[in-house]
Ligand binder design. Sequence first.
Ligand code: SF4
Length: 189
Amino acid sequence: KEFAQISLKDIDDVAKSSFPLCMRHLFEKLREDHHLKHGGRMQLGLFLKGVGLKLDDALAFWKAEFSRKVGAERFDKEYSYGIRHNYGREGKRTDYTPYSCQKIISSTPGVGDHHGCPYRNFNEENLRAALNKMGVTGRAVGDVMDKVRNRHYQLACTLTFEAVHGSSCDAGINHPNQYFSDSQKIMQS
Ligand code: SF4
């Protein structure tokens, strides 16, 4: 199941419509701070690779942000390697796969980190605000919060998906890239 490759020019629109909350959060933080720590670069970087962002576009995307914080030269020296590495162009040349929900949920972000699963890591107030921003309102918010309280983070994400898309997701969400492709299927139908 191949989907249209995402291009840099519509990445912001696509992030709003089809990224799960974990990736929206990283995406927004990157746009805001022009920087992400290592865990965030890995989580978002591999996800973007999984949705079809080409290496050249990925380098341009990260460079545009990081340059504003650390300068283009430092980006080329310190950060571009990691991106090429994710695409299997450096080191052991492994083609790294995007992280599953299970892996993301079990990660342990520290201070200043923005990776991990927001359903698990956000406090209630921030999670409610983030859900509202995605267009989840009313009873659906309470339903999501119930799942979170019972630590059913993937079910919370599935309910969010259903509220945002007005469509059921019977298989449930188990991978951010699955969230993305199921979303695109609905958007393009
Ligand atoms: Fe991301 Fe999975 Fe958490 Fe949803 S449940 S926010 S896709 S890690």
